[in-house]
Design a protein around this ligand. Structure first.
Ligand code: ASP
Length: 436
């Protein structure tokens, strides 16, 4: 092959939107894993590299965009935006558990199965008081170094607000110029991070192929057929939550925009979440989609998306409903109305304290099962297929974060519906990629 034809093939490859290439890698990787089984797990390190590359930019992107966003947000408006974001996050999570329970009651997953798999591995979720105190870092650099998102948000908001207030109140010209420079530096830093995100996504084609091959190489067709009803129940509940709550309820009715445009603008984040099973790891891509495609202002998404990645988990909350019914069926007991209400309450509260990392939903499940007095062995029983269930949960978590962000941005005049995916312009455009 001549050099020119290699360059031509590379150009043609790059002219295909990244999300389609990753989608193809997702399918091919899954097929390979199912076809060759265990040996496919050796590809895992290539997938881990993708996750590491994304995790590398989480903290910088959160700090840069948040500080920069505070430039345009007064403390009063931050309170309003914060209240709206948290209120909607709680509401959508509660609706999610409701859908999970409703669909599970209809399909009754778990009937006909018997428990195997020994003692459940239990890890206790953090207490609420611990979570609240943990929001304030005793050392901001330490929090950033440890990758703790909530304390990092707290410090970046406080720092950004202090800078903005200083810019308004100071009479010292040097200080005013200094503040402007800091904001400019953070703005350039954020832009650089978004460049890195799209670069990392290019590698994502390999990473996602490897992750899917390893997952299906490990889980195999047997696990999938044993848990088919559970997987399908979760799938249906997830589709309902995304279509009814996120697309129709929020985007179409409340925002008044096309759900298709929303999906087109969010697709990189949704596919990444499906592939890497972590809303925190997906955060850089979620923010890049909000910035480049959904055209939300960073004064809203800089705050709502990192917060959402940690406290808003519609898919995870919904799974608690499905899994509780599943566990009750395995144990041969019927969940009454009061117990189902308990599931809603605990799932919503626990989703606030659980981090957006792979498998966090399983930890939450131990809490829900303990409260209901159901056998904890269920956790070990479903752990084998959790890598598959977790993908559906994480994608729903990220979709919920972006839908709420778009609505709050609309309420605060912080989104431009005349640009980006709202008018069919999705980043990175094939032309732009071809020019690189
Ligand atoms: N993996 C999910 C997330 O990162 C949490 C879960 O396990 O449900 O959002």
């Amino acid at each position: 092959m001549s050099e020119r034809s290699i360059v031509g093939a590379w150009r043609r490859y790059r002219s295909i939107p990244i999300v389609y290439r990753i989608g193809a890698a997702f399918v091919l990787g899954s097929v390979l894993g199912l076809a060759i089984g265990e040996p496919a797990t050796r590809l895992q390190p290539l997938g881990d590299l993708f996750i590491r590359l994304l995790s590398m930019i989480v903290i910088p992107i959160v700090v840069f965009t948040l500080v920069m966003g505070m430039r345009r947000l007064s403390p009063g408006r931050l309170g309003v935006v914060g209240g709206q974001v948290v209120g909607l996050y709680l509401l959508t999570s509660a609706l999610a558990v409701f859908f999970g329970l409703a669909v599970a009651n209809l399909f009754d997953p778990g009937t006909g199965l018997t428990l195997t798999g020994g003692e459940g591995e239990t890890e206790s979720p953090p207490a609420l008081q611990e979570v609240l105190l943990g929001v304030v870092p005793d050392n901001p650099i330490g929090a950033m170094a440890e990758g703790e998102v909530l304390p990092t948000i707290f410090f970046a908001v406080v720092f950004g607000l202090a800078l903005a207030m200083l810019a308004e109140s100071t009479t010292n010209e040097d200080v005013r110029n200094g503040v402007r420079t800091i904001f400019d530096v953070f703005e350039a830093g954020a832009e650089a991070m978004f460049k890195i995100v799209w670069g990392v996504m290019e590698y994502g084609v390999v990473g996602v192929f490897a992750l899917m091959a390893a997952t299906f190489g490990e889980a195999g067709p047997d696990a999938i057929s044993t848990f088919a009803v559970l997987i399908l129940t979760l799938l249906l509940a997830v589709v309902l939550q995304i279509v009814v709550v996120h697309l129709v309820g929020i985007v179409s009715l409340a925002v008044g925009q096309s759900p298709i445009s929303f999906l087109a603008g969010s697709r990189d984040a949704l596919v990444t979440a499906l592939s890497i099973r972590s809303s925190s790891g997906t955060l850089p891509v979620t923010m890049a989609d909000a910035e480049d495609n959904l055209r939300v202002d960073e004064s809203v998404y800089g705050f709502s998306l990192p917060l959402g990645a940690t406290i808003n988990m519609d898919g995870t909350a919904l799974y608690q409903g499905v899994a509780a019914v599943f566990a009750a069926n395995l144990a041969g007991v019927q969940l009454g109305f009061g117990e189902q209400l308990t599931v809603v309450l605990i799932a919503v509260l626990a989703s606030i304290g659980t981090a957006g990392v792979p498998g966090a939903g399983l930890i939450m499940l131990t809490l829900v099962l303990t409260q209901l007095g159901l056998p904890l062995e269920v956790v070990a029983f479903v752990a084998g297929v959790d890598p598959i269930l977790d993908r559906l949960r994480t994608m729903t978590n990220v979709s919920g974060d972006l839908a709420v962000t778009t609505l709050v941005a609309k309420w605060n005049g912080a989104v431009d519906f005349t640009r980006g995916s709202w008018v069919g312009d999705v980043e990175p455009t094939p032309e732009a990629a071809a020019q690189d």
